[in-house]
Write a protein that binds this ligand. Structure first.
Ligand SMILES: NC(=O)C1=CN([C@@H]2O[C@H](COP(=O)(O)OP(=O)(O)OC[C@H]3O[C@@H](n4cnc5c(N)ncnc54)[C@H](OP(=O)(O)O)[C@@H]3O)[C@@H](O)[C@H]2O)C=CC1
Ligand SMILES: O=C(O)[C@@H]1CCC=N1
Length: 285
């Protein structure tokens, strides 16, 4: 029987997962979603035939959705994860698996807010799940059996590739695949700007850049070697070779590495900050 999935916090990331799952054939009557504001709930209701509720006008919305679910996806921001986990704790069935997609929040924090023994899985998806081409890294918590992890992996496998990682790898994974789509979109923006600087109309430059990045993504599908694909575009002594040489000369690889390192450092900083917050009495936060 199809599992019932509740997305508690259905913003950019959860909506992408939900849309991908619905497109893959998961029935809408098996999907519940909560958000904070009635405006966001109304917008999602126009897009999807799933059951929706807004926590700002219905304080039991998260608990009620969690009580009906076999899989609960925590899709709120990192600083709200613990609060939502505490809110739903009494409503969960013992075999309901709680999946957190939040960066920077350790499994132990979520497990600590839930009933003893509740299975928890940490996932790091990315927004291309919306199109069925996502990458999701998963790691099971102390009470997630191999079968539970398989169940969660199978769910994410309907919207892309799934890899199992160690929790110590998840911040680094997040900087490559979680944040990665933003890097690629940024490159598309930069390519469009470059075209404009060379005199192309803005619309044309943007169309060329977006279609090129999307087309290149198609070629990269699967385990294709990006270096080999790049070399196939670089005619010996041709123009592309000069572009790549200019990128190398200006240290573009180092710039990307610095961006990824900054993202990882920020994830670790959030983990430390939130661990500090939870150690302080609530009135001091
Ligand atoms: N965006 C991405 O590409 C990725 C994000 N993530 C993780 O996903 C999580 C969400 O990020 P993202 O989707 O970008 O953030 P968003 O701000 O887009 O989404 C958060 C959602 O949570 C809702 N919300 C806030 N408080 C509550 C509450 N008490 N009960 C129910 N819903 C609530 C908000 O509702 P409202 O809109 O009404 O305010 C909003 O829709 C983060 O933890 C992030 O680390 C992980 C990988 C990639
Ligand atoms: O920017 C963020 O914090 C989240 C985590 C990975 C992608 N988006």
């Amino acid at each position: 029987m199809t599992a019932t999935i509740a997305f508690l916090g259905c913003g950019e990331m959860s909506e992408a997962i939900m849309a991908g799952l619905l497109d893959s054939g998961i029935p809408a009557d098996r999907v519940l979603a909560t958000v904070r504001s009635p405006e966001r709930a109304a917008l999602l209701a126009r897009r999807y035939a799933v059951s929706l509720a807004a926590s700002a006008e219905d304080s039991d919305a998260n608990a009620r959705a969690a009580a009906r679910a076999d899989v609960v996806v925590l899709g709120v921001k990192p600083d709200q994860i613990r609060g939502v986990a505490e809110e739903i704790a009494v409503s969960l069935r013992p075999d309901t698996v709680v999946v957190s997609v939040a960066g920077a929040i350790p499994l132990s924090t979520i497990e600590g807010a839930l009933p003893a023994g509740q299975p928890v899985v940490r996932a790091m998806p990315n927004t291309p799940v919306r199109a069925g081409f996502g990458v999701t890294a998963v790691v099971g918590g102390a009470h997630a059996s191999g079968e539970t992890l398989q169940r969660v992996s199978a769910l994410f496998a309907t919207v892309g590739l799934v890899v199992e990682v160690g929790e110590d790898q998840i911040d680094a994974v997040g900087t490559v695949s979680g944040s990665g789509p933003a890097y690629v979109f940024y490159l598309a923006e930069a390519m469009a700007e470059a075209g404009k600087r060379l005199g192309l109309p803005a619309d044309l430059a943007r169309t060329l850049a977006t279609h090129t990045v999307a087309g290149a993504g198609r070629l990269l599908d699967g385990d294709a070697d990006p270096a080999a694909l790049r070399r196939a575009v670089c005619s010996p002594n041709g123009s592309t070779e000069r572009a790549i040489a200019a990128f190398e000369e200006r240290g573009l690889r180092g710039v990307v590495a610095a961006g990824a390192a900054a993202a990882e450092a920020r994830a670790k900083e959030i983990t430390r900050q939130l661990a500090g917050d939870s150690a302080r009495p609530e009135g001091d936060r």
